[in-house]
Each structure stands twice: as structure tokens, then as C-alpha cells.
Design a protein around this ligand. Structure first.
Ligand SMILES: Nc1ncnc2c1ncn2[C@@H]1O[C@H](COP(=O)(O)OP(=O)(O)OP(=O)(O)O)[C@@H](O)[C@H]1O
Ligand SMILES: [Mg+2]
Length: 250
């Protein structure tokens, strides 16, 4: 049974059909990749799943719970976390403070109070573990904005993990990373999956997708083009024509 299920969801912006009648079923404990050319609708689909946008039509169900109408923060409390294509960090705050901010959803007090007074300390051991997990433990007190780009992406992952997600969505986590950073990311995503967190990842880096994903869903022009295992996707003539080009052609 699907853990996360979208049935026939659509979203338009003016005349642009960003997502058209798309259905996906993400199994629990799987790593599910969303791929496709620029403008295919991948980020829009992620925004629909995480509650940044509400769909014009269709159903969305997570663990048998209807998500339609629920704003992003309510979905976060259900265990949905995400990172953004364009990095969103508190640049003036330290790495540790950024991760602390992620724990906010486990608290009842207002966000500013959580940051300022911090219920500081209460989550710090876990926050430091998360920084270690993404290889940034030794830089806990540096300012997030001063980190190199690739490391900022890793910090965003640590902060999202602080919400203790059950389903983790990432929008192009490998964008701007060098080869060794991509290898590290691949290893971390695999480990996140091993820890029982279901992963949905939008990515253009095919080495990452083909090595990490159990299922791959291909979009083109807002529509579903194909779904299968990494092998099936690499071998599919329509996917090769629309997106992969010569890269994986025999
Ligand atoms: N907020 C918005 N307002 C208007 N149009 C939008 C909005 N968000 C997305 N679109 C349009 O919807 C279509 C799908 O965009 P989307 O960002 O989902 O693509 P994508 O697959 O993530 O592309 P990329 O690989 O470049 O990130 C594009 O034509 C885009 O211009
Ligand atoms: Mg995108």
C-alpha cells in the first residue's frame, strides 16, 4: 500500500499547466526519485506534496490521512519535511542555531521565543549529532552564510532532519555540489533511507539518482512520462528522447 499517494493532481499558474493529472505512489521505506527536463513540473509537484501550494484538483493522502487543505506547517507535524531548490537558511545564525530552529515543531512556544531563549540546550545533543551526520560537527559555531555552497545544502538537510521526519523531500540536493560532495550526499541519503525515513528526491544528477533510488518517476511538460526502476528508466526510449539524451543510451 502506498505510504504517500497523489491521485490525478493538477496545478496551473495562469495558463501554464505546471502539473497535469499526475498520480504517484511512494512506498514506505523507499527512495523515490523525480526526474525530468527543466520546467517539467518537479518542484511544483514537491510543493504540492509539502503544502506550499494546494492543487487545483486531485487527491493527496499520507498514511491514510487526507492532506488536501492542510498548510505546510500542519504537514510538517505529520512528519513531512523538505529542502528547497533555492537554499533557505538563516544566514546570520550559526550552524547549530539553524539546526535548533528545526526542532521548533516539537514545541508549543512561539518560533521567535524558541530561537531567542532557545529552550536552548534541550535539543542541542541531537542537533550536534545531526551536524556530525552531515559532516559539519566541527563547524557548529560558524555562521551559516559563510559556509561554501555545497555545505549549506548539507546544513539544510540537517535542519530538515531536526523535524524528525517520516517522509523527507529534497529538491535538487546535488545542485552546485562537486563530485566528492555528491558521493557524500549519496551516502547520506542511503543512510537516511536505512534509518526508516522515506525519501522523495528531485534531481538532475543521474549518477545520484541511479545509485540511490528504488523507483524513478519521470515527468515532462507537467505530465507523467514513465515510472520504473533506475534500469528501466535508463533503457526507456521515451525517457532517453525527452530527457536523458545520449547519456545513458546504449
Ligand atoms: N509560482 C509560479 N508561478 C508561475 N509559474 C510557475 C510557478 N512555479 C512554477 N511555474 C511554472 O510551472 C512550470 C513547472 O515549473 P517547475 O519549477 O515545477 O519545474 P521543474 O521541473 O522543477 O524545473 P527545474 O528542473 O528547472 O527546477 C514552469 O513552466 C514554471 O515556469
Ligand atoms: Mg525545480
Amino acid at each position: 500500500m502506498a505510504y504517500l499517494k497523489a491521485a490525478n493532481i493538477s496545478k496551473s499558474f495562469g495558463g501554464v499547466h505546471a502539473v497535469q493529472n499526475v498520480s504517484i505512489e511512494v512506498p514506505e521505506n523507499s527512495i523515490f526519485a523525480l526526474i525530468g527536463p527543466n520546467g517539467a513540473g518537479k518542484s511544483t509537484l514537491l510543493n504540492l506534496l509539502s503544502g506550499i501550494y494546494q492543487p487545483d484538483a486531485g487527491q493527496l493522502v499520507f498514511q491514510e490521512q487526507n492532506l488536501i487543505g492542510l498548510p505546510a506547517y500542519r504537514r510538517a507535524r505529520l512528519g513531512l519535511a523538505r529542502t528547497f531548490q533555492k537554499i533557505r537558511l538563516f544566514r546570520q545564525l550559526t550552524l547549530l542555531e539553524n539546526v535548533r530552529a528545526g526542532f521548533h515543531i516539537h514545541q508549543s512556544e512561539p518560533f521567535w521565543k524558541h530561537l531567542a531563549l532557545g529552550s536552548v540546550g534541550r535539543f542541542d545533543a541531537e542537533a550536534r549529532e545531526l551536524l556530525d551526520f552531515v559532516g559539519l560537527g566541527s563547524r557548529a559555531n560558524e555562521r551559516a552564510g559563510a559556509l561554501p555552497y555545497g555545505k549549506q545544502r548539507l546544513l539544510e538537510i540537517a535542519r530538515a532532519l531536526a523535524t524528525r521526519p517520516r517522509l523527507f523531500m529534497l529538491d535538487e540536493p546535488a545542485a552546485g555540489l562537486n563530485a566528492s560532495e555528491v558521493d557524500f550526499l549519496l551516502d547520506r541519503l542511503t543512510e537516511i533511507g536505512r534509518r526508516g525515513i522515506t525519501v522523495v528526491v528531485v534531481e538532475h544528477n543521474m549518477d545520484l539518482v541511479m545509485n540511490v533510488a528504488h523507483r524513478v518517476f519521470v515527468m515532462d511538460h507537467g505530465e507523467a512520462l514513465f515510472e520504473g526502476t533506475p534500469r528501466e528508466v535508463q533503457d526507456n526510449p521515451r525517457v532517453i528522447e525527452a530527457y536523458l539524451g545520449g547519456e545513458f543510451a546504449a
